[in-house]
Every structure is written in C-alpha cells, then in structure tokens.
Design a protein around this ligand. Structure first.
Ligand SMILES: [Cu+2]
Length: 133
C-alpha cells in the first residue's frame, strides 16, 4: 500500500514537472493543454444560453421544459416570472434555433419563433399568455 502511494506521488511529480517544463518552454503546447482542460470541465462542448419564451403558469413550464429537453440538451429551466428559458446544450448536436422551434411547436412563442395559432388555441385556458405582436 505504501509502495503504491510512493509510485502515485512519483508519477504526480513527474507529470507536474513535465507540465511546468512545457509551460516554460513551449507556449503552444501550454495553450493546447489548457484548452483541453477547459473543454473537459465543460463536459465536452456544452453551451449555456437563455432565451425568452412566452407562457403563464406551471403547466406552461412543464410543457416548455419538456419540449426543450430534446437530445443534446442537458438542462432546460423556464422561469414563469422572468419568462426566461435557461438552456445547457451541446451545439454539435442541436442548435439554439432548433430548440426554439421545438418549444414553439407545442404552443409557446419564443423570441425567434411564433407558435402556430392552432396549437396556441389548444392550450389550457390558464396557459393563454398574451401573444407577442
Ligand atoms: Cu400554463
């Protein structure tokens, strides 16, 4: 057990040593490893964005979040007071526009896409938000 610990410490020392060596002598390599680390911390390539989505109540919230949470979207939270939908998604899998289209498709206007009048008409009475012009 002790030997394993020593080996781990030794490996760490080597890794840290070679890393600082690279930082001192090769700036391009340093930048590369930094970028790699940043993307790892972001779980790959996720993006956080907020969009305005018109709606009224908790029912709207559930519908909006469900519609927005498609493949590639890791987080979709809509605030009924601010009408802001916060998205965390992978832009290589889906675009902000496509997510907005999904939300509009279930009856809620987004800042870029307007829901179909027929779909809007089918919303619960409590969900009939004042529509944007
Ligand atoms: Cu509602």
């Amino acid at each position: 057990m002790k030997t394993v610990k020593i080996i781990i410490v030794a490996l760490f020392t080597i890794a840290l040593g070679s890393n600082s060596y690279a930082q001192m002598h090769d700036h391009s390599q340093m930048d590369m490893s930094k970028t790699k680390m940043d993307s790892k911390m972001n779980m790959g390539t996720t993006k956080t964005e907020t969009i305005k989505v018109w709606g009224e109540c908790e029912t709207c919230q559930a519908a909006i979040e469900k519609a927005a949470k498609v493949d590639g979207v890791t987080k979709a939270n809509w605030d009924k007071n601010t009408k802001i939908l916060t998205l965390v998604y992978n832009p290589s899998k889906i675009s902000n526009d496509d997510i907005q289209k999904k939300v509009a498709a279930v009856g809620y206007d987004t800042e870029k896409y307007k829901a179909d009048d027929k779909v809007y008409a089918k919303l619960n009475a409590c969900c009939k938000y004042p529509r944007k012009k």
